[in-house]
Design a protein around this ligand. Structure first.
Ligand code: HEC
Length: 242
């Protein structure tokens, strides 16, 4: 039965593919050209692998004077099998274009590219960084929401009032790379397990060694490393240039 559905699905896909054949007629056409594409919102998000980012990606095309350009063609490319919906379109009256982006199936850093063309046909690119979280990191994010975010996340939500402003010592957001990246794995594990005093810091940072299992602390650390901005790099790792 399932196979039948799968077959029907494939047949539908083919049919949809054929329908798109007279593409040039439907494809969005540029009515105007810009000189720059800038971000309005949507970068620096983290989502589980294969899922859509919470906020859509929103970019704006501007002319040389920084004024919004309506009718400029924008395309969004997502690496590693991710998708953008729509992947291409023209900017509205406000010069903006929005797209829902889903990350691919591989955990790690994703660089999305939003492009437009200037009047000479030259491509102008804007890169937006996102993070796809793997299984362990998703577990870490859930634990963060349960135990840590009330102090470490400056934003209050409907479910959670931030406690951050009530603290004397500063609890940093886990995405604050300059602070978190400066801590090695053993210090990170130590402050989470034994609390602030383990590193001669404030006891306002409670110990979690009794509440959380080692695997859970490892998951929290994986999450903290995954979302660091700028990215965390272990010493000795070799990274390809660009
Ligand atoms: C009751 C508030 C509170 C909660 C809950 C809390 N922390 Fe903290 N945490 C702090 C404060 C305050 C500091 C800063 C301590 C200092 O610098 O003296 C801190 C510091 C840290 C640091 C060092 C980096 C930094 O922000 O300065 C790490 C890592 C950390 N906490 C991890 C966690 C994790 C993981 C959890 C959840 C399992 C958690 N914290 C829960 C208050 C909290």
């Amino acid at each position: 039965m399932r196979n039948l559905f799968a077959l029907a699905g494939i047949a539908l896909l083919f049919a949809a593919g054929c329908n798109r054949a007279p593409k040039s007629a439907e494809a969005p056409q540029a009515k105007a050209f810009g000189a720059a594409v800038v971000e309005v919102g949507g970068s620096k998000q983290a989502a589980a692998i294969g899922t859509a980012l919470d906020q859509p990606v929103l970019v704006q095309v501007n002319d040389g004077q920084g004024a919004a350009v309506a009718g400029a063609l924008v395309s969004i490319r997502v690496p590693n099998g991710g998708t953008a919906t729509p992947a291409e379109g023209v900017t509205g009256a406000d010069g903006q274009f929005t797209s829902v982006v889903a990350l691919g199936g591989t955990p790690g850093r994703y660089q999305i590219v939003a492009s437009t063309r200037d009047k000479n046909g030259k491509s102008i690119d804007l890169r937006l960084d996102e993070v796809a979280l793997g299984y362990q990191e998703i577990q870490g994010r859930e634990l963060n929401n349960l135990y840590c975010a009330r102090c470490h996340d400056p934003e209050s939500t409907a479910e959670r009032v931030s406690n951050k402003d009530n603290l004397t010592a500063k609890a940093h957001a886990f995405s604050e790379g300059p602070v978190l990246n400066a801590m090695n794995d053993s210090d990170l594990a130590s402050i989470i397990s034994h609390g602030g005093p383990a590193l001669s810091r404030s006891p306002e940072m409670p110990p979690y060694g009794y509440t959380l299992r080692k695997t859970e602390i490892a998951a929290l650390m994986a999450y903290i490393r995954a979302i660091a901005d700028p990215p965390y790099r272990t010493k000795g790792a070799v990274y390809a240039k660009n």
